[in-house]
Ligand binder design. Structure first.
Ligand SMILES: [Zn+2]
Length: 250
């Protein structure tokens, strides 16, 4: 990944970005359990206390195994695509059994009932991490909007909105990594009298952490913070702080 330095006010992001305690360690966002070795260089890291760091790891492990089981339709390690998850399922029979026990069949389609509290815990943590790293924002409050599900469960029109780049209206935190990533493009626009004008637009694009395994987009615009995450091109989530005028889901 590109190594971007944070030039935003350093007072904005201090200590553990999850609880405000001391930053005793560094936390990868996303966690390595959502990626495969060899890991991308310059993975995003945020300050984190030891308690938060350890507190998340069990849920993250469960989440990685659940998503992969759902994607592959099985908890059988020989049918799991991601090598690190297959090894984890091989080693941890208790975790494998826990996920297998949540199997359900609805309308002839097999799936797994997620432990939503744990899934939400991981999603909020990832979203807070991306907001801190990319936008130089601490999002400590409970999000105002949360949606997660499979990418394929989004209706086609929402699928396109979810996956598209964001046209930035207002610049976020000066010097943040996100602001350094914004691209300016010139777009020809027809005015009412038929003349063509070139209008500069700021494009906020998705960040590909690892091909086919993890991508995200972090948006800070018009008083709303939106984090969208896609895992294994299978599972998607959206976490929002502030009120969306035109929600793409729900
Ligand atoms: Zn903490």
């Amino acid at each position: 990944m590109d190594q971007l330095n944070n030039y935003a006010d350093s007072r904005l992001i201090r200590g553990c970005i999850y609880c405000g305690g001391p930053a005793e360690t560094r936390d990868h966002v996303p966690s390595k359990c959502l990626l495969e070795a060899p890991y991308p260089t310059n993975l995003p890291v945020v300050g984190c206390c030891s308690t938060c760091n350890q507190g998340f790891s069990i849920d993250e492990e469960y989440f990685a195994c659940l998503i992969e089981s759902a994607r592959c339709g099985s908890t059988d390690p020989t049918k799991i695509i991601r090598p690190s998850v297959a090894r984890k399922m091989e080693k941890s029979s208790a975790l494998r059994k826990r996920i297998e026990d949540s199997r359900t069949i609805a309308d002839g389609i097999s799936g797994f009932v997620p432990e939503m509290e744990r899934v939400q815990n991981v999603m909020f943590k990832l979203a807070r991490g991306h907001a801190a790293f990319e936008l130089s924002l601490i999002c400590g409050d409970t999000p105002d909007h949360f949606w997660c599900g499979t990418l394929s469960s989004l209706p086609p029109e929402n699928h396109d909105i979810f996956n598209s780049v964001h046209f930035q209206e207002v610049l976020g935190e000066v010097g943040s990594r996100n602001q350094q990533r914004l691209m300016v493009i010139q777009m020809p626009i027809h005015s009412q009298n038929g003349e063509m004008h070139n209008v500069g637009m700021l494009i906020n694009d998705w960040v590909d952490v690892q091909d086919n395994n993890y991508r995200y987009i972090a948006i800070d615009d018009m008083g709303v913070v939106i984090i969208r995450i896609v895992i294994a091109e299978f599972f998607a989530c959206e976490v929002v702080w502030g009120i969306l005028e035109d929600e793409t889901q729900s």
